[in-house]
Design a protein around this ligand. Sequence first.
Ligand code: SDX
Length: 435
Amino acid sequence: MPKAQKSGTATLQLPEKTVELPIYVGTEGERAIDIGALRKESGYITIDPGFVNSGACESDITFVDGEKGILRHRGYDIEELAENCLFLEVAYLLVHGKLPNRSEMQSFSRLMNRNSMLHEDMINFFNNYPEGAHPMAVLSAMVVSLSSFYPEIERESEGADLDMTVTRLLSKLRTIAAFSYKKSIGEPFVYPSHKFTYCENFLNMMFSSPVNDYRPDPLAVRALNLFLVLHADHEQNCSTSVVRFVGSAGSNLYASIAAAICALWGPLHGGANEAVIKMLEQIRQEGGNVARVIERAKSRDTSFRLMGFGHRVYKTYDPRAKIAKRACRQLLDKMGMGGDPLLEIAMELEERALKDDYFVSRHLYPNVDFYTGIAYRAMGIPTSMFTVLFALGRLPGWIAHWLEQHGGEVKKIGRPRQVYTGPVRRAFVPLDERE
Ligand code: SDX
C-alpha cells in the first residue's frame, strides 16, 4: 500500500499453512490487513458480499467515522464546511485538495460561467425524449454524450487541460439537469446567465420562463447551497465505487460519471430521497398512522423498509441528516410552512423509530436522504428531480475520486474474484439427445 503506514503483521492460520499478512494504518487510525499476496501465498481468496469489511483503495479525500458520526473532506468537518462554504468552494476543495483563496475562487467561477452552456446540437437530444423520461436517465445519457462533443478529453489527462475537462462537466451538469426538468414540463429552456451564482443559476434555469418575472429566493439559494455541500462526497459509497471501477478500465471521466449517475439512481442509494417523499405522502394519504408503518418496516414478511433510515457505515446519527433536519425546519418556518404535514410525519417517524428496539439494536438512524426531500419539495422542486440534485452535489466527489485513481501509483483494473458454486464438468449432450 503506497501511503498508509505499515504496522505489524496478521497471522492467518489455514488448515494447510500459516500466512503472515502485513497490517497498515491510515492517518485516522483505520487498520487494514493487506491480502494482496494471499492467493499467491496460500491459494485462498476472501469473500465479502457488498464489501462490508473490504477496503478497495487508499484515499486522501474523505474520512467517515460511522461509530462517532464524523464526516470530513480533506480534513475539514462537514459542520464547518456546511456553515461557512459555498458549494463551489467545497467542489474546489475536493477536486484540488485545498480550499481556494479569493483569486483561485474568482478564476474558478469565471471558468464555470464560461462553460455553463451546452453545445446547441445537444439541445436536440432533449427533444427526442418522451415527456415521462426520468431525469436521471437523461442526465446519464447527456453526460456520456459530452465525450462525443469534447473528444479531446481522451487526451486531456493532466494540468490545465484536465482542469478544463473537470470544470466543463461541473458546470454543464447543472445546465443539463435544469434542461431535463424543463423538457419534462414542456417549457422552453432557460439558458445560464453570467449574472447569477451557481445555485441562483440553477434555480433560475429551473423556474424562470418568458412569462414570469422570476427572481431566485435567497432562502432557497442558501438552502440549495447547503444541501449540495452535504452531498458533495462520501468516500467509497456505491456510485463512487462505480466511478473508480469504470475509471480503472481506462474509461474517460465523462463515461465514468455517466455510470455513477445510474448507480446513484437506485432507491437504496441516491434514489432514497425520492422514495422518502413517496413514503411520507403515502403515510399521509393512509391517515398518518406512523405506528403501523414502523411495524411494517420491522416485519420480515415484506420488503418494505423505512426509506431515509439506516446506513452501511453510520451506526449513529448521520451528521449530514442532523444538519439537513435543522436546515429543513428553518427553511419551512421562514417560508411559513412550519406545519408541513410531511415534516410532522417525518419527525414522528424518527421519534418512534429511535425508541424502538428493532431500530436501536440495528443502529438504524436517519440518513442524509430523510429530510432533504421535504426541503426540496418546499422549494418547489419536483420529486423526480431530487436524485438529480443528489447527483449535482455528488459530482465533485465523484470527480475527485476519478482523479485520485487516475493519477495514483496503483493502476490496477478492478476485477474481483468469486467462489464458483455452479455445475462441475459434465459431458456435452447434442441437441437431438436432450430431454
Ligand atoms: C445513501 O454508502 C453511502 O455512503 C451512501 C450515502 C452517500 O452519501 O453516498 O450515504 C447515500 O445511499 C444513504 C442510504 C439511502 N438509502 C436508504 O435510505 C434506503 C433504506 N435503507 C436501507 O435499505 C439500508 O439501511 C441501506 C441500504 C442504506 C444499508 O443497508 P446495509 O448496510 O446493507 O444493511 P442491511 O441491509 O444488512 O440491514 C441490516 C439490518 C437488516 O435487518 P436483519 O437482517 O438484521 O434483521 O437492518 C435492517 C435490515 O432489514 N434495515 C432496515 C433498514 N435498513 C436496514 N430495516 C428497516 N428499514 C430500514 N431502512
